[in-house]
Write a protein that binds this ligand. Structure first.
Ligand code: 4AD
Ligand code: MG
Length: 461
């Protein structure tokens, strides 16, 4: 079998030759003596048209092939300069590998994304989702390529952990105890010594703390894996299971961190535009008009920068437009993030130096004693896509923060050790992979860029 991508990319080699392809039927229409099947084999965004005539031994059977069936087609590739498609296959043989039935849920009409979410096992056979998941795959590859080309070491951090990196308490517990022995959250009467690990454990919310330990050995590292958050927020940007990319760089500060984030995003955008031109044109025309121009602009301009304090000054002038009014000390909500990046800067923006109270314990305290060396990268259409910081590298200051925040010192002993043995300035960030895919495709709902999404009240398939 030859991949349809290969035929489209190297057409000259296949013109007027015999080819054999295997794929799934998108449509089948016919008259008395001939018919057309449109076949998509998933290797290329464009399907291929197959013409068949009553010369086929099994003409009657082929006429009855249902949409969704898997077929193998052998025939000659014939250029069709007058037609919409550049060529078609004139079938010499059509065999049904696996039939389909007339109730196949994907008929040749527009289905809503909501409906398609209910058949997440079949939606990758539609145009939109074929495009989304190819871009998702390329995007992951581009991220690895970016870091590997720069000699970053890829670290596999654990998914089951005893600590809460973000200190937000939004964790899925992992336990082998009988459910009746595990009552409410925070119930201290549970005897965890009887549990599998002999202590309470959870699915990781971030690989950062483990990642930092490897940065203190390899200088530059990154993680790229699943993370889990039991946030009870039912939005278009939150999932309970999502992937995160977390680079960590040693002998580096917040400035280096922002430069890395900016060049990574630009690299990934360029890579995907170059390697998925058909898919990106589709998104540009049918999902998010003007997407390609906007992405070109992102690649060709510097990201904006503003401190949290300045951002609050700017936003408070527009408080009449917000449901949630801003003032110094408040956390930025999506409406504020989007206002900054969409209305004020009209491009990606780094917001830096947030109040320490609204950020995690590990961020480096600034000279002012009030803010930390944090950075969020906000992009139009989404809001926060990246969260990062320079890390507190001073043992005493870090210990004080851990105690202040009521975290258990013994859980962070390994982390404190890094500040005891050869502490070095270091910084890192986390890119939400799904938000990155949304940004690249213009897809508006995180559920539509995850093959099998997990969100509040939804764990199907
Ligand atoms: O800002 P966050 O919580 O930062 C961290 O976890 C740090 N440990 C990262 C680091 O410095 N190494 O999460 C990072 C990014 C967010 O900017 C967002 O893009 C994404 O992860 N994210 C989510 N994506 C989908 N669903 C959720 N529930 C998400 N929570 C965070
Ligand atoms: Mg964040």
């Amino acid at each position: 079998l030859v991949n349809v991508r290969e035929i489209f990319k190297n057409t000259i080699r296949y013109e007027n030759q015999q080819v054999t392809i295997g794929g799934w039927v998108r449509s089948n229409r016919n008259s008395k003596n001939f018919g057309f099947i449109v076949v998509n084999d998933g290797t290329f965004f464009e399907p291929i048209q197959v013409v068949y005539g009553d010369g086929l031994e099994n003409y009657e059977e082929v006429c009855k092939i249902n949409v969704g069936a898997a077929v193998i087609v052998k025939g000659q590739l014939v250029p069709t300069p007058e037609a919409k498609q550049p060529f078609e296959i004139q079938a010499a043989e059509v065999t049904v590998e696996g039939a389909s039935t007339p109730d196949y849920p994907l008929q040749k009409k527009r289905h809503t994304f909501e409906y398609l979410r209910t058949i997440s096992h079949l939606r990758p056979r539609t145009n939109t989702f074929e495009a989304v998941f190819r871009v998702r795959s390329l995007c992951a590859y581009a991220i690895h390529k970016f870091f590997q080309e720069r000699d970053f070491v890829y670290v596999h951090t654990p998914l089951i952990t005893g600590s809460d990196c973000e200190g937000a308490g939004e964790m899925f517990q992992v336990t082998t105890l009988d459910l009746k022995d595990v009552p409410k959250k925070q119930d201290k009467t549970v005897d965890y010594t009887k549990d599998f690990f002999g202590k309470p454990t959870n699915l990781t919310v971030s690989g950062q703390l483990n990642g930092e330990t490897y940065a203190m050995a390899f200088k530059n590292i990154y993680t790229f894996g699943p993370t889990f958050r039991a946030e009870n927020s039912n939005t278009t940007r939150h999932a309970a299971e999502f992937w995160m990319i977390e680079p960590e760089i040693a002998f580096a500060d917040l400035e280096d961190d922002m430069m890395l984030a900016e060049s990574m995003l630009k690299y990934v955008i360029n890579y995907v535009i170059e390697h998925a031109p058909e898919e990106m044109a589709f998104f540009n025309n049918f999902v998010d008009k003007g997407l390609l121009d906007r992405l070109e602009n992102v690649v060709n301009n510097d990201f904006a920068r503003v401190t949290y304090t300045e951002a609050i000054k700017i936003l408070s002038k527009h408080n009449d437009k917000f449901d949630y009014k801003v003032s110094w000390g408040c956390d930025l909500q999506t409406e504020h993030e989007r206002y900054l990046t969409e209305q004020i800067y009209k491009r990606p923006v780094f917001v830096t130096d947030y109040p320490k109270e609204i950020k995690a314990f590990y961020m480096k305290l600034n000279e002012d004693g009030k803010t930390v060396a944090a950075v969020d990268c906000l992009v139009p259409g989404i809001g926060e896509i990246i969260g990062g910081s320079q890390r507190e590298d001073d043992y005493d200051k870090l210990l004080a923060r851990i105690q202040d925040m009521g975290l258990k010192e013994e859980d962070y002993k390994f982390y404190l050790d890094l500040r005891k043995y050869g502490s070095a300035r270091h910084a890192g960030f986390g890119l939400g992979f799904e938000r990155c895919v949304m940004y690249l495709t213009g897809m508006a709902n995180i559920r539509d860029v995850i093959p099998f999404p997990r969100t509040v009240n939804n764990c199907e398939l």
